[in-house]
Structure formats: structure tokens, C-alpha cells
Design a protein around this ligand. Structure first.
Ligand code: ATP
Ligand code: HMH
Length: 263
């Protein structure tokens, strides 16, 4: 139902260049027909060439944004992206526990495509201990899954084993993204009794800024719209593929995907 009235929420960092972070999430929520809302955790001075400065917001304003949204417009599904420090992670987890959102999609953002660390090294423990266990779905790329599990991931079988290891932290599903491996763009969904492979052709495209953010917010939107987890991922995988296929030059570096290719 594309009536733009189903509320969805992203808790993430702002990307001033509009291709990733909060901006990618809101574009995706809108393109897929939901009502997007945001809790900003940090502001990045970023463009298509890199991340130049990051300023985190205070725990107080992050907590308040979450509370006033949930008290007024409870979202049908929530996505969490960049949460850079241990105290921000703890604050978000403690605040969300009061509302216990059913569909919580966690994208464990660690390093930007341009190589900038968006997660402080000391925050990794809180991510694993507090945030990941709350997730309905975690969407790590293989490098993030390596950081979480300590395993080396090279192929589909490694992805499956690492996914099963992450499930032990208590979450429902892991969607591991194989975008960084060679060959087709293959992602795998791992649940207690679930193993699904989502395969699309690898597109030879330069402009892939924001692919991870876009995929996780597409899953959030589709869950909010009432699709099953398998169908939500299937539709989101097709959406990200088309946004990459229609990506375009913008700026001097790695340009954005095209969230609005179908309009
Ligand atoms: N060149 C490509 N062609 C087709 N699909 C791709 C390509 N690159 C990535 N994907 C797909 O895009 C989605 C996002 O994956 P990716 O591995 O880029 O995430 P990420 O590394 O978290 O992104 P980001 O750098 O934005 O954080 C996945 O479904 C992945 O398979
Ligand atoms: C704010 C922000 N969040 C996530 C990403 C994804 O890497 C990014 N580049 N910037």
C-alpha cells in the first residue's frame, strides 16, 4: 500500500552530500511509499570524495528525539545506522527498550566506502553486547561480519557459518551482504530455521555511495508495509539493484544510487 502514511523511522548519522545516512534512508522510505522520520545521532561533513569531520550529538538530544517520536507517531518499523560511540549505543538501547519496536533493522555501520571509521573502536563492544541482540534483522557486509565474529569470510559457506554465529547473540535474522566478494552480488538470510539466498548480477558501476544504507532502509520500509521478512528482503534486493543500475554522476567522487529511478 503506497499511501505514504505508514510511519518508518531511521536512527542514524547525517550525510551532508545526501547519498548515504539519514538522507538515503528518508529518500528510500519515501520512494517505497512510507512516511519517513529521523533521529539524528551525528552530523558528518561528507561528500562523494570522503568524510571530513564528524560531530556526535549529545545523549540528551538523541534520547529526546526517540521519546517524542514514539510518544506521538509510533513507527511501524525502525532502522539503526551510524551510532558511533559506546554511550550513544547504550542510550539508544535503553530508550528503545521502553517501546520495544517489533521490527528493528540494525545496519552495523563501521567504515564508509571512502575508508573513514564511522564507529569508534571502543564502541564495538557495546554494539555486540547491547544493540545487536535487540535486532530483528542485522545487515552486516562481510567485513563487518568479520569484525563481529572474528572469522575470515571468503565465500558463501563462510557467510552461512558467520551468520549462524551472530545469531547466537539473540537476534532473529542476519542478512549478510556479499557485495564486497567477487562474482554475483549474493546476500544470504540466516535465521533459526531459515536459509535463503538472494542473488542479483554484479553491476559494473562506480556510483555506489549509500548502497548499504539504502538496502537496510528498504527492508525497514517493506516490513512496515506488512511484507514477510523473506518477501521484504526479496523486494529490497531488487530495489537496491535497480537503484545501482540507474546510479549517476554527482560530484567528483563516488556518486549516489538513484532512489527515484521508477518515478
Ligand atoms: N556492484 C554491485 N552490483 C550489484 N549489487 C551490488 C553491488 N555492490 C553492492 N551490491 C549490493 O548492494 C547491497 C549493499 O551491499 P554493500 O556490500 O555495498 O553494503 P555496504 O558495504 O554496507 O555499503 P556501504 O558502503 O554503503 O556501507 C547488497 O545487496 C549488495 O549485494
Ligand atoms: C552518515 C553515514 N552513515 C552511513 C554511511 C555508510 O557508509 C555513510 N557514508 N555516512
Amino acid at each position: 500500500m503506497r499511501n505514504y502514511k505508514i510511519p518508518t523511522l531511521t536512527i542514524a548519522g547525517s550525510d551532508s552530500s545526501g547519498g548515504a545516512g539519514i538522507q538515503a534512508d528518508i529518500k528510500t522510505f519515501s520512494a517505497l511509499g512510507t512516511y519517513g522520520m529521523s533521529v539524528i545521532t551525528a552530523i558528518t561533513a561528507q561528500n562523494t570524495q570522503g568524510v571530513f569531520l564528524v560531530e556526535e550529538l549529545s545523549n540528551e538530544i538523541i534520547k529526546k528525539q526517540i521519546e517524542v517520536i514514539f510518544d506521538d507517531i509510533p513507527p511501524k518499523a525502525v532502522k539503526i545506522g551510524m551510532v558511533s560511540s559506546p554511550q550513544i549505543i547504550k542510550e539508544i538501547v535503553d530508550t528503545l527498550k521502553k517501546y520495544n519496536p517489533k521490527y528493528l533493522v540494525v545496519d552495523p555501520v563501521m567504515i564508509s566506502k571512502s575508508g573513514y571509521s564511522l564507529l569508534k573502536p571502543e564502541a564495538k563492544m557495546n554494539l555486540i553486547k547491547y544493540l545487536i541482540p535487540m535486532a530483528y534483522i542485522l545487515t552486516p557486509n562481510t567485513l563487518e561480519a568479520e569484525e563481529i565474529t572474528g572469522m575470515h569470510i571468503d565465500n558463501l559457506n563462510d557467510m552461512k557459518i558467520a551468520g549462524q554465529k551472530i545469531l547466537e547473540l539473540g537476534l532473529k535474522y542476519v542478512l549478510m551482504k556479499g557485495g564486497h566478494l567477487k562474482g554475483d552480488a549474493v546476500d544470504v538470510l540466516i535465521g533459526k530455521d531459515t536459509f535463503e539466498i538472494y542473488k542479483q548480477e554484479r553491476l559494473d558501476k562506480k556510483n555506489t555511495h549509500g548502497t548499504g544504507c539504502t538496502l537496510s532502509s528498504a527492508i525497514t520500509a517493506h516490513l512496515a508495509l506488512g511484507y514477510s521478512v523473506e518477501k521484504a528482503i526479496d523486494l529490497s534486493k531488487k530495489y537496491i539493484t535497480e537503484t545501482i543500475r540507474n546510479s549517476f554522476d554527482m560530484g567528483k567522487g563516488v556518486g549516489p544510487v538513484n532512489h527515484f529511478y521508477s518515478f
